[in-house]
Design a protein around this ligand. Structure first.
Ligand SMILES: [Zn+2]
Length: 120
């Protein structure tokens, strides 16, 4: 990756992050995690679409085939788990956490949630 591209990427990550991230290693890790998350989400959408088509055809043919959905459900569950794991990693690097009441992203050091006002 050339320097200019890297610089642009750093700017992008900085601008899309509510906090200034100091270490460049973190920036690279964040963009890698974000890319991985996007790919997983794209893949997940494709699974949902395939499942939708199968469901439509089964319904049209008055066929019930819960068994044939099983693989799709398993893939979806696995993708969701991976995405959740990546999101947690991203939050950790950004020094943030999810509010346990409203699920909004907040600073790890927050004593009160700025979104819902609950004491943490
Ligand atoms: Zn909250």
């Amino acid at each position: 990756m050339d320097y200019q591209k890297l610089n642009k990427l750093s700017e992008y990550v900085k601008n899309t992050t509510s906090l200034g991230i100091r270490k460049s290693g973190d920036l690279l890790e964040l963009s890698r995690l974000a890319l991985e998350t996007r790919n997983l989400e794209k893949n997940l959408k494709a699974i949902y679409m395939d499942l939708g088509e199968l469901c439509y055809k089964d319904n049209k043919n008055k066929k019930t085939s819960d068994e044939s959905y099983k693989d799709y459900f398993n893939s979806i569950e696995a993708s969701l788990k991976k995405i959740d794991h990546l999101n947690k990693k991203i939050l950790k690097i950004k020094d943030m956490k999810l509010c346990r009441y409203c699920n909004k992203k907040i600073l790890k050091s927050s004593l009160f949630c700025p979104a819902c006002g609950e004491k943490l």
